[in-house]
Write a protein that binds this ligand. Structure first.
Ligand SMILES: Cc1cc2nc3c(=O)[nH]c(=O)nc-3n(C[C@H](O)[C@H](O)[C@H](O)COP(=O)(O)OP(=O)(O)OC[C@H]3O[C@@H](n4cnc5c(N)ncnc54)[C@H](O)[C@@H]3O)c2cc1C
Length: 368
């Protein structure tokens, strides 16, 4: 949608058709940010992404800033609300206003939208792309990847990319809950604010501080989502991963020891009851250790259907970052999640989708 609107604004002579398998565009936008749509972050750069090629992301973001996006949104009637932590939402606080205004802009710009059209086959003959037999001289693949297939997501884009000779980095779920090997079912339903450390093959990989929710399969919550992409990537490579939770990160070991001494080792007023069952023992020193190093082995992620995004995808070394055009086939473009770029939580996945769509749109219009 970003690509089509940008291209038509710059060159109204273009004929653009969007094929969408769902009965409406932007279904994932509607589901995003718990229905509020964390539409972008006020600051973003390549360090906010997991990718095999950070330089590609750096270049792709070079000509697309938050100000660029804000102006684009303002022009289509969408006003943004930037929160203190940089996360940005529509001022309406409703994801559906984003979809409504993007849809309106598509129609005002004369972009054709073919809904409920699940593209099954793309052929390329003598420079012409045949999308289910309909001919086009340019093709943009913006089909996302497999996360949340209930919203229409698919890995079809990878199938098409392969048919054009593109190489693919193996995909893995990102921003996803983690299944734990040795978690007690008694913890189910406990929510706490804590620090989580991810260890891969025994070495500390990432840390996050935020909510953690114990579920019937393992753990979820913002802190877990934040370390989940690195955990999932590690598991996909066959590495081992475990997490250590510090339930009271505001206390260092000595202060926690003093506190527990004062209450005779009784954690009733300090931690949720279900957690006490797991960490409290007669020895105060050992209780302190358990509170600060609650360790679980990560057996798997909760899977693509429960993930907010997918890592892996079309290798970016074969794509021009400034235009998103394939370096293998002229007039073939890729944007968004189908590429081997996945963002952190906080609006970064949309940021890359908008940036890459914008770059491709400018290129389509002839403003390379
Ligand atoms: C529950 C949830 C919440 C999220 N919240 C946020 C958030 O708050 N902030 C953020 O930055 N990111 C969020 N994300 C991630 C973000 O939605 C995606 O990264 C982003 O939508 C990717 O954009 P895209 O255009 O590349 O792909 P998509 O948005 O996935 O769009 C691809 C489209 O292609 C269609 N399609 C696929 N295959 C075919 C085919 N063969 N024929 C026709 N159509 C096809 C799909 O139906 C889909 O509409 C969230 C994701 C989920 C699942």
């Amino acid at each position: 949608m970003m690509c089509a609107i940008t291209a038509k604004k710059l060159n109204s002579d273009l004929d653009i058709t969007i094929f969408e398998k769902n009965d409406r565009v932007g279904k994932k936008i509607l589901a995003s940010g718990n229905g509020r749509c964390n539409i972008i972050n006020a600051t973003f750069d390549e360090t906010n992404y997991h990718t095999g090629n950070p330089l590609f992301v750096q270049k792709a973001l070079e000509h697309f800033s938050f100000a660029t996006f804000k102006k684009f949104c303002f022009d289509i009637g969408l006003v943004l609300d930037v929160k203190e932590d940089g996360k940005c939402y529509p001022l309406s606080n409703e994801a559906r206003s984003v979809v409504t205004l993007f849809s309106k802009a598509l129609s005002e710009q004369g972009v054709q939208v073919c809904l409920e059209h699940d593209v099954g086959q793309i052929r390329h003959e003598k420079g012409v792309f045949f999308v289910d037999d309909e001919p086009f001289d340019t093709l943009v693949i913006s089909s996302g990847l497999g996360a949340a297939s209930q919203l229409g997501s698919s890995e079809d884009g990878l199938k098409f990319a392969r048919s054009f000779g593109h190489d693919i980095a193996p995909t893995f779920p990102a921003l996803v809950g983690l299944e734990l090997a040795n978690v007690s079912k008694r913890l189910f339903g406990v929510k706490t604010s804590a620090k989580v450390s991810l260890y891969v093959d025994g070495s500390l990989k990432e840390e996050a501080f935020d909510d953690i929710l114990f579920t019937n399969y393992g753990v979820s919550g913002f802190a877990i989502l934040d370390i989940s992409t690195a955990a999932s990537y590690a598991l996909s490579l066959g590495s081992s991963a475990y997490i250590e939770i510090d339930l009271l990160p505001q206390f260092d070991r000595n202060r926690l020891f003093t506190l527990l001494k004062k209450v005779d080792g009784d954690l009733t007023g300090i931690l949720p009851a279900k957690l006490i069952d797991v960490v409290q023992i007669d020895n105060i020193k050992q209780s302190v250790h358990n509170i600060q190093h609650l360790r679980f082995d990560v057996s798997a992620t909760h899977g693509f259907d429960h993930a907010e995004a997918s890592g892996g995808g079309v290798l970016t070394s074969q794509i021009n970052p400034y235009t998103m055009e394939s370096q293998k086939i002229n007039n073939l473009y890729f944007t968004g999640e189908v590429l081997d770029v996945v963002g952190q939580r906080g609006g970064y996945n949309f940021a890359f989708a908008w940036a890459s769509g914008y770059n491709a749109g400018k290129s389509l219009a002839g403003n390379r």
